[in-house]
Write a protein that binds this ligand. Structure first.
Ligand code: ADP
Length: 165
């Protein structure tokens, strides 16, 4: 049986840290579905379509990685996709509390689905989408945090929204 994993996230936008996790997961599982969680309460900077486009550009070289959008209960989505694994990235102790709660709640909801935590290269441990957007807003160099395509889109978006300082 194919081992299918889903990697859910907001990806607003996708960073090199996310890509590092996707690459690691793609080497372990037969297929990985990067799952864009459409969570309106998070008020993302980019629309779902824009985020999908950036993810698609970033993962084009991984042959067993696909991308989908979803809203709803994650474990139901995993069951629908026949995925037995939910991948999450773990950067620092600060991630642990929330991830631990989510993993145990998901296990309670669907006992057969395992959450697997992967650690990125240590050079990405301080990286998250919020901090990248913060640096970009002030015109800082974000080329070591996101792909050139994402960097272009990010400056463009901030310019359009009048948020570029
Ligand atoms: P969410 O809103 O689900 O936390 P994110 O896009 O912020 O969405 O993150 C998705 C997943 O990727 C989470 O498991 C998060 O811990 C992980 N992640 C985010 N940034 C990094 C990074 N720099 N290195 C490794 N994992 C990361």
């Amino acid at each position: 049986m194919d081992k299918i994993a889903i990697y859910p996230g907001t990806f607003d936008p996708i960073t090199l840290g996310h890509i590092d996790i996707i690459e690691r997961a793609s080497k372990i599982f037969d297929s990985v579905i990067v799952t864009l969680a459409v969570n309106p309460s998070k008020e993302p900077l980019f629309s779902a379509e824009e985020r999908l486009e950036m993810i698609s550009d970033a993962v084009q070289n991984f042959s067993n990685v696909t991308i989908e959008k979803f809203d709803g209960l994650l474990v139901n989505y995993a069951i629908e996709k026949k995925a037995l694994v939910i991948i999450r990235g773990l950067r620092a102790i600060s991630d642990f509390e929330y991830e631990f709660q989510m993993a145990l709640m998901n296990r309670k909801l669907a006992n057969d689905i395992q959450t697997v935590f992967l650690m990125p290269h240590e050079k990405y441990t301080y990286l998250n989408s919020t901090i990248v957007k913060g640096v970009a807003r002030f015109g800082g160099n974000i080329s070591s945090f996101v792909t050139p395509m994402v960097a272009g889109k990010l400056y463009e978006k901030l310019q359009v929204k009048g948020e570029l300082k």
